[in-house]
Design a protein around this ligand. Structure first.
Ligand code: GN1
Ligand code: MG
Length: 357
């Protein structure tokens, strides 16, 4: 594939097209990611173009990463936190032709998976995300900037859904009627959250906010966790964001893009591995209120993601890239099915949590 990388971007990091090999990697929906292999070095780098229609203030990402990296390097010097490599001029990002770029060290002998194929991977990934939260337990989350304001605010997402519903066409409304009904029927999830949100032992923590399996590196041979990646959405949030998104993405064998809904089922053993991995780091840190909400975190995140896909469909697919016009609607259907599966298995899932608390 022809890679159209501006040579100014390479120059900002001290390279030229002649002394580097470039390939595209990663499957994220938001940022474009490249692998750079300088011909005369052993090291490789990851170069990312930051999507500024999503991250409107990239400097906030750089500030957050710097603050966290400084803290962790003092308190836990052995912890591998992947912070950006400075550009030649010392800046944390390169700003070229109105686009922001940043470079990161490539971690050797590690792999990132797109799908989970065994429970150990779920355990290791959940442990890595739990570990990040544990190490940052005493870091003052309020000093970080929200890199996407209101990102996991379900109340805001519900408002966006209501606005999208009033502004959309009759045709899209007709197509999405069952999912619109689903969205309204599950509003109790938002009300339930609100009934907890003012509790004092429901703190804001430093959350990763995108805990899918491809955002953790595992050792290529042993499949043990190495570190977490994709740190753009590290910002203050509730523990729900990280654990809930792991439930959303680890416990079903098929992704949000699966259109055969009979395949959208939950795997109890993967749920258990996720809970065990997360609690192996966070059990001693979570408050009583948070412990009450462990299973709820999955419902909150799945409902929110269903709303986000539905909103995007009603708005004409402006946020998530799609390959066909009803893909966001299909993704919403998939997420509502997953939510139904979780709800149907409430008792078994809660029992697994109790056994591990
Ligand atoms: C986006 O870019 P990616 O694929 O890591 C989105 C997440 C969603 C996810 C759904 C900044 O993540 O919140 O859960 O798609 N990230 C942003 O696949 O919106
Ligand atoms: Mg991401």
């Amino acid at each position: 594939m022809e890679l159209n990388l501006d040579s100014e971007v390479l120059k900002a990091y001290g390279y030229t097209k002649e002394n580097i090999k470039i390939s595209q990697i990663g499957a994220g929906l938001i940022n474009r990611t490249y692998l750079l292999s300088p011909i005369s070095e052993d090291k490789k780098y990851i170069l990312q173009n930051i999507n500024t229609s999503v991250f409107k203030n990239p400097q906030s990402i750089a500030n957050n990463l710097k603050a966290i990296s400084d803290y962790l390097s003092k308190t836990y010097p052995d912890y591998l936190f992947i912070k950006p490599v400075s550009a030649v001029n010392g800046a944390e990002m390169a700003f070229i032709d109105n686009e922001y770029w940043r470079m990161l060290p490539f971690v050797p002998n590690a792999t990132s998976l797109d799908v989970l194929s065994n429970e150990k991977q779920a355990f290791e990934a959940a442990k890595q995300f739990g570990k990040l939260s544990r190490l940052l337990n005493n870091f003052d989350a309020s000093t970080l900037e929200p890199t996407i304001p209101g990102f996991h605010d379900l109340g805001l997402r519900f408002e966006q859904f209501s606005s999208a519903l009033s502004a959309t066409s009759n045709e899209l409304k007709r197509l999405a009627k069952p999912q619109i009904d689903d969205a309204l029927e599950h509003k109790y999830i938002l009300d339930y959250f609100k009934s907890y949100s003012h509790r004092v032992d429901f703190p804001n923590r430093v959350m990763h906010h995108d805990t899918k399996i491809s955002n953790v590196l595992l050792n290529s041979k042993t499949f043990e966790g190495v570190c977490v990646i994709d740190l753009d959405t590290i910002m203050p949030g509730k523990f729900i964001s990280d654990l809930g998104d792991m439930m959303r993405t680890y416990i079903c064998a098929f992704s949000e893009n699966e259109t055969d809904l009979s395949k959208v089922k939950i795997r109890l053993s993967y749920f258990e591995a996720t809970i065990k991995g997360y609690l192996s780091e966070m059990k001693g840190i979570l408050t009583d209120t948070e412990k009450e909400l462990l299973l709820f975190s999955g419902k909150y995140m799945i409902y929110m993601q269903a709303l986000r896909f539905l909103i995007d469909f009603l708005n004409g697919n402006k946020y998530y890239p799609t390959i066909y016009s009803t893909q966001n609607l299909d993704r919403a259907k998939n997420q509502f099915k997953l939510l139904q599966e979780i709800t149907l298995n409430d008792k078994e899932l809660q029992d697994i949590i109790e056994e591990n608390l």
